[in-house]
Design a protein around this ligand. Structure first.
Ligand SMILES: [Zn+2]
Length: 59
C-alpha cells in the first residue's frame, strides 16, 4: 500500500518550489488598458510604471 506516491506529496513539493514567488511581475490587462496588479490602477498601454503607487514590472 505504500508503493504509490501520493498526489499530496507532489503538490507539497510544487508549493515548496513556488512558495517564495509571490511578487507579480507583469501588468494585468483590463479593457485594453494596463492594470497595476498592486493597486489596481488603470493606465494607457504605453505606461511603464504605475503613476498611482509607483509599481513597475519586474524583468
Ligand atoms: Zn499601482
Amino acid at each position: 500500500m505504500a508503493s504509490a506516491p501520493s498526489s499530496d506529496d507532489m503538490f507539497d513539493q510544487f508549493l515548496s518550489q513556488r512558495g517564495h514567488e509571490v511578487e507579480v511581475a507583469e501588468w494585468e490587462e483590463s479593457y485594453n488598458k494596463k492594470q497595476c496588479p498592486d493597486c489596481g490602477g488603470l493606465h494607457e498601454t504605453a505606461a511603464t510604471e504605475c503613476s498611482v503607487c509607483g509599481w513597475t514590472p519586474v524583468n
